[in-house]
Design a protein around this ligand. Structure first.
Ligand code: 2BA
Length: 109
């Protein structure tokens, strides 16, 4: 068994959730916050049998898009003044950041 942790943009949350449930995956969604942009995102926890791992990854890949997002201006305070950007900078975010972990035990009591 594998545990998939997938961090996705909030805008992809519902589409991905529906697609996974439709294919009979068990899903838990956590509201999370990106450390860099400090913007809300959603972390999916999906427990699945090994033989369905690739199917789950394909669904995630298919339903999560990369987008440009404005990063807040960088403050020059205490930093390198030459690196100061007084205007928002567009950076690419996503599609999905995915971790796959082996599951040692799975219980439902
Ligand atoms: P954030 O940490 O808010 O990062 C948003 C985007 O900012 C990232 O998109 C990346 O393009 C950029 N970024 C992040 N840290 C950076 C840095 N130190 N310098 C320059 N640019 C940086 P993604 O890579 O697609 O990540 C989207 C979200 O996925 C992240 O939101 C974070 O919540 C999560 N994430 C990404 N990599 C992770 C990792 N190795 N461990 C845990 N969470 C991760």
């Amino acid at each position: 068994m594998k545990l998939i942790m997938a961090i996705v943009q909030d805008r992809d949350r519902n589409k991905l959730s529906h697609a996974l449930i439709e294919q009979n995956f068990r899903v838990t969604k956590l509201s999370s916050t990106g450390g860099f942009l400090k913007a809300g995102n959603t972390t999916f926890i999906i427990g699945t049998d090994d033989d369905r791992l690739q199917e789950a990854l394909d669904i995630i890949k298919h339903n999560c898009k990369s987008r440009e997002q404005a990063a807040p201006p960088v403050s020059p305070m205490g930093g390198n003044v030459e690196a100061y950007a007084p205007y928002p900078v567009e950076i690419p975010v996503g599609g999905a950041t995915v971790f796959v972990l082996p599951v040692e035990q799975f219980h439902q009591f």
